[in-house]
Design a protein around this ligand. Structure first.
Ligand code: PLP
Length: 452
C-alpha cells in the first residue's frame, strides 16, 4: 500500500467514526491498519500491535480465520442475497436463528435479524412498543435505561444510551426515555458495601417506575456489564433486584448483549454469567466476530405469542437475515464451540487476566482493577486513598495512558480515567502478561505528565 497517499485521501475524503475531524487532519490522517493475525493488528508503518480491544469488542475468535472467508465465498456463490420481507427466508438465516435460540435457551426461542447493534436496539424499541399496543396496554411506552449506558449511535440507540455528549449533539433523547443511575461502585459508591450500593442503584429503578407510573413503563434496558461506559461490573445481587422489580410491575427486561454476548464474560451471554433472565436480548459483534456485519434480537416466546395476535409487525431492514452474514456467524459460533473458547474464558484466561490486573493494583496510579471474563478495566487515580482524579476532574488521565499503551504496542481504550480492555478470546496467558506489562509501563511513563 502507498500509506502516505492513503493518509492524504483519509484527510481529504474520509470521515471516521466518533472523531474530531480537525484532530485527524492535524495528525495527517488516521493510522491505516493493513493486516491482522491472531491477536495482533499491523499498521502501515509496520507496527505490530496487540489488540487489547478485539477490534471494537468484537473479534472474539481472533483475526485470520481462513474458513470464514471460505464460507462467505461459498455462500456468495450459492446465494449472495435474499430478503425476509416476502414470506421468504434462506437456509443460513433459519439455521442461525435456531442456533441462537439454543444458546440463549429458556424462553428466548425467536430471533429477529439486523445488521448492527444499534439496529438491534431500534428493533427492541419498536417491537416492545408494538407489543404493548397489541397487548392492549398502549400507555406502556416509557423505557428506563441508565446514565453512561451505550446502546448505539442511531437516534433510538443514542436515546436509550446515557451518554450526555451524544444527547447534546443530537438534541436527544427522544421523548419517553428515563435515565437512572449506573451501578458504578468505584466512581459513585465506595463509601458503601458493594452489595448495598447495588441495591440502592436497583432501588432507583423502582423509584422511577413509581414516579412515572408503572402502567406507563414498557421496559428496562441495560447491558449486563456496561462496556463503553467504562466496563462497569455491577455489584453482586444488582441484576437479581432489577429482575425482581421488573417482574413486580410487569415490565419487560432487555439485556443488551452486544458486547457481553458470545463468550466475553465466560458464558455464552452476560445474563447467564450474572444470573438473570431477560425477555429480549439484542446481540451483535461476537455473533460474527466482526467478520461481517450482523446483529440479532432474541425474543421470548411469551412476547412472540402476543405479537402473533397483532398482524404484520411493520419493521425490518434490507439486510435482516443476510445469508452471507448468517453463514459466517454460524461458522464463527462453530469455531467458538470447537475450540471451547467460552470454557477457556471462564476457567483459564478470564481468571488469569483478573489475577494479573489485581497485581497492577500495587501501582501508585491504580485505584482499582476489575474484570469479568475477558472484559477488564483499570481505574487511574491521582490519590489512592481518596480516589481523586488528576487535575481535579474526570477524564484527564485515560487518554494519556491510552496513548502510551498504543505507542508501546497495545491497543486499548481510555474512557474518562479508565483503561478498558476486551481482547480476543483466543488470547494466551503470555499475551495477557504482555498486555498488563504494557499498561504498567505506560502508567510509569504517564506519571510525570499527569498533574494532581
Ligand atoms: N450496544 C452495546 C452494548 C454496544 O457496546 C454497542 C457498540 O459498541 C452497540 C449497542 C451498538 O452497536 P453497533 O455499533 O454495531 O451499532
Amino acid at each position: 500500500y502507498d500509506i502516505p497517499a492513503l493518509r492524504r485521501l483519509d484527510v481529504a475524503h474520509h470521515l471516521p467514526a466518533q472523531q474530531d475531524y480537525k484532530l485527524i487532519e492535524d495528525m495527517g490522517g488516521s493510522r491505516i491498519v493493513t493486516h491482522a493475525e491472531g491477536c495482533y493488528i499491523t499498521d502501515g508503518d509496520g507496527n505490530r500491535i496487540l489488540d487489547g480491544m478485539a477490534g471494537l469488542w468484537c473479534v472474539n475468535i481472533g483475526y485470520g480465520r481462513e474458513e470464514l472467508a471460505d464460507v462467505a465465498a461459498e455462500q456468495m456463490r450459492e446465494l449472495p442475497f435474499y430478503n425476509t420481507f416476502f414470506k421468504t427466508a434462506t437456509p443460513p438465516t433459519v439455521e442461525l436463528a435456531a442456533k441462537i435460540a439454543g444458546l440463549t435457551g429458556g424462553k428466548l426461542q425467536h430471533v429477529f435479524f439486523n445488521a448492527s447493534g444499534s439496529e438491534a436496539n431500534d428493533t427492541v424499541f419498536r417491537m416492545v412498543r408494538h407489543y404493548w399496543k397489541v397487548k392492549g396496554e398502549p400507555n406502556r411506552k416509557i423505557f428506563i435505561s441508565r446514565w453512561n449506558a451505550y446502546h448505539g449511535s442511531t437516534v433510538a440507540g443514542v436515546s436509550l444510551g446515557g451518554m450526555k455528549a451524544m444527547h447534546a449533539q443530537g438534541d436527544l433523547p427522544i421523548p419517553g426515555i428515563e435515565h437512572v443511575r449506573q451501578p458504578y461502585w468505584f466512581g459513585e459508591g465506595r463509601d458503601m458495601e458493594p452489595r448495598e450500593f447495588g441495591k440502592l442503584c436497583a432501588q432507583a429503578i423502582e423509584d422511577r417506575i413509581l414516579q412515572v407510573g408503572p402502567e406507563n413503563v414498557a421496559a428496562f434496558v441495560g447491558e449486563p456489564v456496561q462496556g463503553a461506559g467504562g466496563v462497569i461490573i455491577p455489584p453482586e445481587g444488582y441484576w437479581q433486584e432489577v429482575e425482581r422489580i421488573c417482574r413486580k410491575y410487569g415490565i419487560l427486561l432487555v439485556a443488551d448483549e452486544v458486547i457481553c454476548g458470545f463468550g466475553r464474560t465466560g458464558e455464552w451471554f452476560g445474563h447467564q454469567t450474572l444470573g438473570f433472565t431477560p425477555d429480549l436480548v439484542p446481540m451483535a459483534k461476537g455473533l460474527s466476530s466482526g467478520y461481517l456485519p450482523i446483529s440479532a434480537v432474541a425474543v421470548s416466546s411469551d412476547v412472540v405469542e402476543v405479537l402473533k395476535t397483532g398482524g404484520d409487525f411493520v419493521h425490518g431492514f434490507t439486510y435482516s437475515g443476510h445469508p452471507v452474514c448468517a453463514a459466517v456467524a454460524l461458522r464463527n459460533i462453530e469455531i467458538i464451540e470447537r475450540e471451547n473458547l467460552v470454557g477457556k474464558v471462564r476457567d483459564d484466561v478470564g481468571p488469569y487476566l483478573n489475577a494479573a490486573l489485581k497485581r497492577l493494583e500495587e501501582h501508585p496510579l491504580v485505584g482499582e482493577t476489575r474484570s469479568i471474563g475477558l472484559l477488564g478495566a483499570v481505574e487511574i487515580v491521582a490519590d489512592k486513598k481518596t480516589a481523586a482524579r488528576f487535575g481535579g476532574k474526570e477524564g484527564n488521565a485515560g487518554p494519556v495512558v491510552r496513548d502510551f499503551c498504543i505507542d508501546n504496542g497495545l491497543m486499548v481504550r481510555g474512557i474518562r480515567d479508565t483503561i478498558v480492555m476486551s481482547p480476543p478470546l483466543i488470547i494466551s496467558r503470555q499475551q495477557i502478561d504482555d498486555l498488563v506489562d504494557i499498561i504498567r509501563r505506560s502508567l510509569d511513563l504517564a506519571m510525570p505528565k499527569l498533574k494532581a
